[in-house]
Design a binder for this molecule. Structure first.
Ligand code: 6GU
Length: 258
């Protein structure tokens, strides 16, 4: 998978070279390219923003630097896609690459969305700052990209960079081979629409707190039942709204369990 990020703070994305995703890049599973929006300005002050039409507080990101940056990203992405197509001996039209635009006004990012985006061969992220990007950039970009305004949740960040770090980490770890033990993806929170069960390790007795007896029993059926019950209790207590959307399969299992 290839991921391009455009930002006026490219250094903000440096931590993506660390840890699991850093290893994935070394292993050739993931290509991450960060582009500086100011490289696509040509005035002395490398201006990327201006005052909003209609008035109001703050500044709006100008359209033209974004158009030039996204054209450059597209050229690099489709160059790579065509090369891959030639290799395959295929002549199929490549699909429109996804352009994620982080914004508190976007659709909420979920594990389901992470799974969907992890299937894409290329992703681009456009990190806005200030009050956002001139809306016409999104209209214009829709010709070449599948444009998706996406929010992390109902709160406001200063710009898209931190949101992109979260999304790239959530998506990148779902790319096959990135997480060493793929089974760890199956059991985690949100994989079945429920929160994860609590976990424990040695010692079994610690400062007067005991590991639940059933986990020491060696009875795998009982353990599975207990874990599912814990998932349901936790979800009901902390995130009751998730119970409406939880997997029918998880419910079936749960009804038998409780
Ligand atoms: Cl994706 N961007 C910004 N600027 N603020 C946010 C967000 C995104 N998600 C939640 N708050």
């Amino acid at each position: 998978m290839r991921i391009d990020v455009v930002s006026i703070f490219p250094e903000y994305l440096a931590p993506l070279a660390l840890s699991l995703l850093g290893r994935a890049q070394e292993d050739g599973l993931l290509t991450l390219a960060v582009h500086d929006l100011r490289e696509f300005t040509f005035d002395r002050h490398r201006t990327v923003d201006d005052t909003p039409y209609g008035g109001g507080a703050g500044m709006v990101m100008k359209a033209e630097p974004w158009a030039l940056a996204l054209e450059a990203v597209l050229a690099e992405q489709t160059g790579e896609a065509s090369a891959a197509n030639l290799h395959d001996g295929a002549s199929v039209a490549p699909r429109r690459p996804v352009l994620v635009v982080p914004s508190p006004a976007g659709a909420v990012f979920t594990q389901a969305m992470a799974y969907e985006l992890a299937e894409e061969p290329t992703l681009a992220f456009a990190c806005g700052r200030y009050e956002g990007i001139d809306e016409r950039v999104l209209e214009w970009a829709s010709e070449a990209f599948d444009v998706r305004p996406v929010s992390l949740g109902d709160y406001v960040l200063n710009g898209g960079e931190v949101a992109v770090m979260a999304m790239v980490e959530a998506i990148g770890r779902l790319v096959p081979g990135v997480v060493g033990n793929p089974e760890s993806l199956v059991e985690e929170s949100h994989s079945d629409g429920l929160l994860e069960y609590p976990v424990y390790t040695k010692p079994s007795s610690w400062r007067g707190h005991e590991v639940p007896e059933v986990l020491l029993s060696g009875n795998h059926g009982k353990i599975a039942t207990w874990r599912l019950e814990q998932q349901l209790r936790r979800t009901a207590a902390r995130r009751p709204e998730l119970l409406d959307g939880a997997d029918a399969a998880a419910y079936g299992k749960a009804e038998r369990a409780v």
